[in-house]
Design a protein around this ligand. Sequence first.
Ligand code: DHB
Length: 389
Amino acid sequence: MHRRPLIHAFAAAALAALMPPAHAADTGPIKIGLILPMTGQQASTGRQIDAAVKLWQAQNGNKAGGRNVEVILKDDASVPDNTRRLAQELVVNDKVAVLAGFGITPSAMATAPIATQSKTPMVVMAAATSAITEASPFIVRTSFTLPQAAVGLAEWAAKNKIKKVVTLVADYGPGFDAEKYFADRIVLNGGQVLDKLRTPLRAPDFAPVLQKVRDVNPDALFVFLPSGQGAAFMKQFAERGLDKSGIRLIATGDVTDDDQLADMGDVALGVVNSHHYSAAHDSPTNKKFVAAFQAANKFRPNFMAVGGYDGMRVIYNALNASKGATGEALLAAMKGQIFESPRGPVLIDGQTRDIVQDMYIRKVERVGGQLYNVEFDSIKAMKDPGKSK
Ligand code: DHB
């Protein structure tokens, strides 16, 4: 008489073990915690990425993997302590499935332990120090690395009669990478590094270092500064007459940033630089992207916007592949993705979780009355040279 209920109980337990747990979190919206500098010194990075994320959702809808996708935007003002606290709150209180954004390297580094501990995939859309992807196995990057940008430009310099150089970089992670990978490649090719100059990340004053450059008188000055500082640097470079000194200015594309390039004036004309994205990149995919971005915003997309747009694509693709599953399943579905970005073909390396992409050598030229970075050479499918140690 008592056997049947017992068998029913066993059957029910076996069935329950096979079923995915019906947590509210598995049926409600997928939340993406997007942490960006919307105010403060890096605010242009936040403005660009926020606009790109909105464009992605306007074009692709608010559903992926059968679930609604909700973006929660938080402003960290590029203060790493804020980034860490906001990430903690987003994971614990909002139960976000993805952390995304990260305007500067210290913000990404401060958040990496939270991604690891909570097993939350973390999509780095902006920050570009090589070592970031090694700070957590849950980090995937859709921006670029400074070694990617610096090595090709050093090769170009060596082939173009530039023997003696001075480097000038922002005094933190991406600057150290840019300085090292540019200088080492110059020396490898028989050139000389006469001086290595650095300016603070916050409120830099370019006057003293530019005076130094004038005194040392190299063939070329190589510059990396984070997005948002290029225009102020160019202004000082011209005001001090360095544009007429015979010292050639070369840079990573962060300095000839599309966000500010149109207003930089003639001092920027002819500056050879290297980066992964130009608003002038000549492809049908990019032309569509730029047209849609400019229709929705009053400004040109820069490389930050593309990092944000592709970051959303990686998240949507992964959610579709994982059928809305989160955590490690979602991370696994982010690895190995291949797609056509507005920048060109892109791979998310399955081993390093870093981006593999074409890097371009460009020259600032006037196109239709406006300054653009016009690509004239490229290195195909470049991995981060910082990972080959
Ligand atoms: C970083 C920030 C930038 O604005 C940039 O152009 C490159 C790198 C960074 O902090 O990693």
